[in-house]
Design a binder for this molecule. Sequence first.
Ligand code: HEM
Length: 347
Amino acid sequence: MKRSSKQSIDANITVWISAATAAIYPYILDAFHWSVTPSASADIGAQISTSDTLVACLLLIAAFAVPLINLMIAGRRQHDAVLFAALVRARRFALLAVTAPTTYVFFGVLTYMAGSKVPDTWIWTPAWLLFGYLVSRRSDSVISQHAPRSSRLRVAHGISGTIVALYVLFHIFNHLLALISPEFHAAVMDIGRTVYRAKFIEPFLVAAMLFQVFGGLRLVWTGTETSTDRYQMFQIASGVFLSLFILGHMNSVFIYARTWLNIPTDWAFAAGLPSGLIHDAWNIRLLPHYALGVFFVLAHLASGLRVVMLAHGASVSVANRLWWVGVLLSILISAAILCGMTGLRLV
Ligand code: HEM
């Protein structure tokens, strides 16, 4: 079989895996919701059985497996210097599927604001399958010319990212404080608001966020055309996730809550009170969305640090080891924040 047609078949298989995993994502969350909801015949206040808890944990793992599987597809090693268009398309499609947990929240907020009466899954699932079909049907050709990676844009992305990181690190630290109490979290947020909500700072912060999103997506487009290693691909994938996360999150905060509903963007709004994140059929989609948002933003910063270290002569093994430490810390911080948001208090 010709090399290009073998690559094309291989790419089409991964496109279908990406489409299928993203398409079933909402049903995994529905199954989770069903597993943590006591049956109508159960006594009020009845505890969920151990087997139901086990099923719920497995379903939550399955929900996180959707972005993970697609991250692995996007990060598959490509040995050829010249990539075939089918492989590039499959890689980009997998990157899009990595964003399923956050895109599903964004999509749900938009359909709610549009007053849609159609269940989200009726649009979401066919749309992914149709998109997968269209991507797999595109005819194959060799990517002949790599678009040059703009070094000026990369530097600007890094500088603006450092400024944005000041806000994001405060924001994440502030969410950790809910482990002490939501009141303490709110008190520290009030202090932070005097700075980041100041009239001349907030528009600047929003503009910097949008620059990160669109400038970052431009870098992704060229970055996916070359044979990147797994570390670079993780940096790209986390950036793609964050782009969708930031757009959706800012829509939720600025447009949906503060303008459309005219409600405060406080703890109750963030934690989906009164029903909370776990037991509400809609709010459960916020759990992987927030968890991955925190994880990817911290791990993306660790990836940026790795690039800067390598550019300044650090050895690859030291830079990689520090990256792993960064990723493990990101997982721990994300898990701690989500524990706080779902009711764990340390004092
Ligand atoms: C557990 C995860 C997160 C939760 C629950 C959360 C929740 C919130 C809430 C409630 C606000 C409103 C703040 C206020 O009224 O002062 C907000 C604002 C914001 N968040 Fe998050 N956030 C999370 C993670 C993130 C991440 C990872 C980013 C960046 C990648 C981010 C970016 C922003 C931005 C830019 C704003 C607007 C700030 C402003 O009011 O000017 N958030 N978030």
